[in-house]
Design a protein around this ligand. Structure first.
Ligand code: PRP
Length: 212
């Protein structure tokens, strides 16, 4: 088995912060800090390879073993339920999964609730636990316009600062679950690359505790 530790990082600001934490944990890779559009970077001497993945795809790479470890939002883990180990809450990328609607929204429980969302599984599980009948309208983005155009009664979506809701005259009706970035590990890799992976987990968790 290849000894290189493959790390899937979410492309974007969060991923850059996460790389800095890996660097401090002893897994530096100078080429990743160069200004270019490459997606894969290697430090052969340390035996680590990083790649930038679309944030919502990181869990797929890790579940299938193309990456040994990666960083994914709890929203993605709850939505797709990948078969991976969730090792550490990085306490970053914090937001919450919410039900939101128009300010004058009134929930008529005799009617099927129309819910627009990118997170159909999370929304389905949530309303199932309440015993509420819903019609899920799966969208891929800009969810906030659905209730405005009467495509849906409510939305289930991520809220960070609340600005998007506010500027579209919507408000939070209920918080479903708090969300943050998690370190995830492939189950087979954890057996075969335990020492390296534990070094990452310890190095990152030290920093998480320090920043707390
Ligand atoms: C997310 C989310 C909200 C917004 C919330 O969208 O879907 O639209 O951020 O952030 P705020 O509370 O700070 O305003 P994202 O930028 O990921 O785009 P998309 O969901 O429309 O693809």
């Amino acid at each position: 088995m290849e000894r290189m530790l493959n790390v899937a990082l979410p492309k974007g600001r969060l991923g850059e912060k996460v790389y800095k934490m890996f660097k401090e944990a002893g897994f530096e890779c100078p080429s990743i800090e160069e200004e270019n559009r490459k997606l894969i970077f290697e430090n052969e001497k340390l035996g680590v390879r990083y790649f930038w993945a679309k944030p919502s795809d990181v869990a797929i790479y890790v579940e299938r073993g193309a990456a040994d470890i990666g960083v994914a939002g709890k929203d993605i883990l709850l939505e797709y339920e990948p078969d991976i180990y969730e090792m550490l809450d990085l306490n970053m990328g914090k937001c919450r999964m919410c039900v939101a609607g128009k300010k004058d929204f009134y929930d008529d429980r005799n009617k099927t609730l129309r819910v627009a969302t990118k997170f159909s599984n999370i929304a389905g599980n949530y309303y199932n636990s309440l015993g509420r009948d819903i019609d899920i309208i799966h969208l891929n983005g800009s969810i906030e316009i659905a209730p405005i155009l009467d495509l849906s009664d409510v939305i289930v979506d991520l809220v960070e600062t609340g600005t998007t809701l506010k500027e579209n005259n919507l408000e939070v009706i209920e918080t479903i679950v708090p969300i943050s970035a998690r370190l995830i590990v492939n189950k087979v890799s954890y057996e075969f690359k335990k020492a390296e992976i534990q070094k990452v987990v310890e190095g990152l968790s030290r920093q998480v505790k320090r920043n707390d």
